[in-house]
Design a protein around this ligand. Sequence first.
Ligand SMILES: [Zn+2]
Length: 441
Amino acid sequence: MSSIHAQYAWLGGESCSTSVRIASTNGLISKIEVDVAPSANDSRIAGVVMPGFVNAHSHAFHRALRGRTHSGLGDFWAWRTLMYQVANKLTPENYLALATAVFSEMALAGITHVGEFHYIHHQQDGKKYNDPNEMGKVLIEAARRAEIRITLLDVAYLHAGLKNEVLATEQLRFNDGSIENWLSRVEALGAPSAMHTIGLAPHSVRAVHEAELAQIAKYRNNRVVHIHVSEQPAENSACINATGRTPTQILSDAHLLGPFTTAVHATHLSAEDISFLGRSKTTACFCPTTERDLADGIGSSDKLVEAGSPLCLGTDSHAVVDMFEEARAVEMHQRLITNKRGVHRSSELLRAATTNGAASLGSNTSGLVVGAPADFIAVSTDSVRLASFDSKNGAAHLVHSATSAEVRDVWVAGEQIVADHNHRQHPNVAQALRTAIDALL
Ligand SMILES: [Zn+2]
């Protein structure tokens, strides 16, 4: 057993508790006591302890594009061309180095669990590697090296559009040929471990069609489902054009909506779509820093939550890796378009960045509760940004003032992997990122 004694801890409400003792046994939280004096063996932690962040939507290799595409002209589709160029340079060797560095950057930012939406499966010409799951296993290994949990959201990408457009050369790496081939490759990834699980990720309704989506619903086998939904207006109009229905309606008809599914982005939804998602308790995953970078638009987080959809968050293209910024952006974007403040409570935004994300990746128990994995972080209140921290408004201080730079210590499964801003396995993550990205570009 190990134990920490935190000056403050965020246990789920609007305020933070003081003098909180958290004990862990075999990687799980075994006891939480509030307002107690430290015991002799406790590690004394200054600042605020809170659950580790869960980054529910990541494409690790997009990190290589940071700063190189952000000031460009054009729209989402122009950006996608640049992104595909990098995708086609990935090999198992260079991707292992890049993803290890990216997941280590996430660890430093307090992310203890990543949902990696993975679609670079095959060689550049579409030929399978000797092990058809080589690239997926590279990502699981990268997370192991960075010492964070991963849910590998293995992507099915079978079509270039809803009218059976032929896949472009740069999309050949994504394609398994048929839904059956994809499902059997995913099965071959084998059983999950304590640190990794596998989820199913039909890329979008344009890349996986309705009959195939229905097959996924049938063979889901308790795995979570993540899918890009209505990120772009053009995607909706193409879908309505081809099928007479919206992407959300297609998912509903394919029996793929439910608490096991996460609709990623969910930016351009009709009132009926929102009601379908809310009633079915489908989670919505917003990636605000990416969505604003790509000029996607602002989703209706307020209406989705009101309808019953839990909200979770992802850093997606890693324009920044800062889950405080993602949480803050949800509320700030709503304020700008509704002319109202306080659309989401701060505690709700912190849950979106932590426990809701864990649930969307299939965890039954998460957060600072007994029985949950002992995945938590300590946020320093010593910086200029949090120097006036008051625990009564603790959640608001965290959401509205903190950045990932305040994340000082990180524990995963009760083991401290980041101490005083240093990753115990990777002393120089910045250099690792530089080297990996230089090698790729
Ligand atoms: Zn994505």
